[in-house]
Design a protein around this ligand. Sequence first.
Ligand SMILES: [Zn+2]
Length: 250
Amino acid sequence: MLRPIFLTIPFIFVVALVGLAPISIASESKFSSADPLTGSRVNLETDWVGSVKVSPSLPILVLAGHADSQGLDGAGTAGEAVDLKGEEPMDLSISDELYWNLKLRDKLVSIGRNKGLNISSYDPPLRQIYDENDPRTNWSVGALHSKNGGYAFEIHFDSYGNYGFGSGLIPAISTKLNTLDESLAQHFGRYPRLFRGGLGAPKRRIRILEIGKLGGRLEEKLRDESTRDETLTQLALKIVKAIEDGLGKV
Ligand SMILES: [Zn+2]
């Protein structure tokens, strides 16, 4: 007769745990907040805030990450389609990441200029420059742009799966962070200031914008010719909105 009473107590605990489970799962997924377009966001501990006000006409320079380091250590990710699914690279002479970095850079500048942003791009004359301090590299040109009061950032796609961290802004190390940094972090995600001990670009006041992992639905939509242009447009518009918010234009 006592047995059912003893059983009742664990039963209440089980009900309570089962009842709580969906709540904790829901709050977890909200925390990591995967974007339907760009996928998972970076989820690393950091506490920087960009608060320095910038001019609405701030000159913005967009660089395609890895545009001068093909065949070298930092060539960029091959992407999930090539690495795991056995698909052909988009262009045999460059990494798939660079292929998409270039496409998105050009789409962003085109849409951004139409929307009145003071935005331009730079493309190194060679895809392989051994000396990172050569004046023709992304880093040299971006560093000079920042030194002269502009805002320079590189577009990147992150590694797929567990190799990558997800979308987000890696801010500059050696300069005060501003409202454009803050807005890009709010729209895409926020990487720690000293991510990987401080990368080459952020050390030169060049920001890195990780768009998303080059895999899954995002990569499929980019590779599918029927959705490619629209996907690039949506990505560019997401960046433009973040820039407009950061410049106080809207
Ligand atoms: Zn990259």
